[in-house]
Design a protein around this ligand. Structure first.
Ligand SMILES: Cc1cc2nc3c(=O)[nH]c(=O)nc-3n(C[C@H](O)[C@H](O)[C@H](O)COP(=O)(O)OP(=O)(O)OC[C@H]3O[C@@H](n4cnc5c(N)ncnc54)[C@H](O)[C@@H]3O)c2cc1C
Length: 357
């Protein structure tokens, strides 16, 4: 016990007098460790920020806005223009390949002064210096640049505002937002579209499954989703009966010749109603008389042959409210509303008609 107490005393006395003091060498290594640790924490934080800013936020997303600059603009007439927006950070994801023709998609453009967004439908095109357009080829995404065909309205806010912005101005975009999705068959062949670059010997389609046909009724800029699904990578495989209404086809600018190419290569069967050429209303236009009635959708049936006749299983309608009403009955915001108008008279109903926004 004595011994024990003595040792305690010794220990305590020694701890009082000889408390180990950090030597000069030890002090610098502790400092180094602290510096190293805080350095690693700082680098970690910076890397995370870099990852978030540069990589994670590099790709266009629905969750945040990405910056795009106005890289090209081409004015078609006083109401219509083409505009190319190039992301400040080059995009790795090829949305044309990812979405192909099975999804109709758009992006939202922010108007920061009045804090609103408007949707616009991109096209897989680049704008040349002379205003001509070139379709992006397979695997090309122009580093994420997106081209839009836009109509500005005299009383409208955003389309007019965008048109007045100078080249180089930075806009904020988010997306993609899918508005309509077709049934897709992943193991199906990709349809040749080399006619878009002048090839006259397009590969004859020899599908695995029988493609289905559709009707597409478009008014004004409502034609953009139709162009998107016929021009994109792996374009729509069936036939499209396209019924386009507008004031004049000249308002399409360079898109008009693309429409002709699609028609000449049996991608669309085009019927047009130009209000500056024909004074009768759309529903009385003889061009509307041949609208086929719906055919049943058979799912993925084995491929037999391609018919020259359009056998539509679905009708899509896209355009201003009045146009949608005339063709298929009114649409109430997000509610489709009953099918009326031209399509109802041909036996179409809510099971086979979809009114796009
Ligand atoms: C999914 C989706 C994709 C779209 N893609 C495109 C596209 O590729 N190109 C394009 O130009 N637009 C497209 N739009 C329409 C676009 O989002 C805007 O609604 C349009 O640009 C008008 O917006 P604004 O702010 O200029 O006019 P607003 O301030 O919204 O409108 C003001 C006034 O302009 C007139 N107006 C607006 N829109 C129309 C119309 N469609 N028809 C007739 N009068 C109208 C009306 O008088 C309206 O009261 C798309 C819309 C959706 C939902």
């Amino acid at each position: 016990m004595k011994l024990l107490l003595g040792s305690i005393k010794r220990l305590s006395s020694s701890s009082k007098t000889t408390l180990p003091q950090p030597s000069a060498g030890k002090s610098s290594s502790l400092l180094k460790t602290v510096l190293l640790l805080s350095g690693s924490v700082a680098i970690g934080a910076l890397s995370w920020n870099y990852y978030k800013e540069s990589l994670y936020q590099r790709e266009l997303s629905r969750d945040y806005f990405s910056k795009y600059k106005i890289s090209k603009k081409y004015s078609i007439d006083q109401d219509h223009y083409l505009i190319e927006l190039t992301p400040l950070k080059a995009q790795k994801v090829n949305l044309w390949k990812e979405m192909n023709s099975s999804k109709l998609w758009s992006v939202e453009v922010k108007q920061p002064e009045i804090m609103v967004v408007r949707s616009y439908t991109p096209l897989p095109l680049t704008i040349e210096e002379n205003g001509a357009v070139e379709v992006l080829r397979d695997e090309e995404n122009a580093s994420g640049a997106l081209t839009f065909y836009i109509k500005q309205y005299k009383q409208g806010e955003v389309a007019r505002w965008i048109n007045h912005l100078p080249l180089g101005h930075v806009l904020e975009l988010r997306g993609p937002f899918v508005e309509y999705e077709f049934p897709d068959t992943a193991d199906e062949i990709t349809r040749d579209r080399s006619f878009l670059w002048g090839n006259e010997d397009c590969v004859k389609d020899n599908y695995k499954y029988q493609p289905f046909d559709i009707l597409f009724f478009t008014g004004g800029t409502g034609i953009v989703p139709l162009l998107q699904m016929t021009l994109t990578e792996s374009p729509f495989r069936g036939k499209i009966g396209a019924y386009h209404s507008c004031k004049s086809l000249t308002e399409l600018g360079p898109l008009n010749s693309i429409l002709t190419k699609l028609q000449d290569n049996d991608r669309i069967e085009l019927h047009t109603h130009e209000s500056n050429r024909i004074s009768i209303p759309l529903q009385s236009d003889p061009a509307m008389e041949g609208i086929p009635s719906p055919y049943p959708y058979g799912g993925n049936e084995p491929f037999t042959s391609l018919d020259s006749k359009v056998r539509p299983v679905l009708s899509l309608v896209c355009g201003p409210g009045g146009f949608i009403s005339t063709v298929s009955g009114p649409k109430y915001d997000l509610v489709q509303g009953p099918i009326k108008g031209i399509l109802a008279a041909r036996g179409w109903d809510n099971s086979n008609v979809y009114k796009l926004s």
